[in-house]
Design a protein around this ligand. Sequence first.
Ligand code: BTN
Length: 238
Amino acid sequence: MFYYFDELGSTIDEARDEKYAHGDVVVARRQTAGRGQRGKKWSSAAGENLTFSVVLDTSFLRTGEQFLLLETVALALVDTFASYGLDARIKWTNDIYIGDRKIVGVLIDHSLGAGGMLARSGAGIGINVNQTLFDPALPNPTSMALETGHTLDCREVLERFYERLMVRFEMLRGGGREVLQRDYHSKIYRLDVPARFALPDGAEFTGTIRGVDPDGALAIETPGGVGKYLYRELSFVI
Ligand code: BTN
């Protein structure tokens, strides 16, 4: 079921409510406390974009397998953009980019079950659909309208995404993990090209992304060898 709200604090918090079941989608026209990665705020022009969370039963995944869900969601987004003629890439771990500009942010919230398993997850997704003017403080935003040259129907975008998410989710639940990993690999932003990266202490280096491990570690080759980096251990210099 799709649940539409005119205003919520954050769809992620609303989607935690046990009354929502697997496959339910909580959509807000406006979020007053939209959350982004690394404790940042997510701002989105009310009514112009999509801000929503999808509730997923992830009780078949171990706690160390969360990255597979990120891959699933990211690929469903890439599939959705492809259906609009847009060639999107996944900026590790789970930002979606068109060229060097961010078009989607994803934040996934998990609750844990027993015995080292997940229980359920809320995939919080903000897609820039029709917004064309952004806060200048945002480094590199774009939207579907800016990329396609026309405005789009947000509900239709959401429905297209939902269909594709369910296809990718069945791959995850069934025997399709290798396909997910292969497809994620083929869509990695800046794969196999020298790029600049920054470490948490601010030091920068040049390296080449060679892939992502199933646990989400990013493999970067430098003249010194291949280093593996986990979430928060590295950022891109764009
Ligand atoms: C990021 O920082 O890139 C992640 C942004 C995630 C934003 C979405 S909008 C819907 C859902 N509700 C939130 O509060 N955040 C996510």
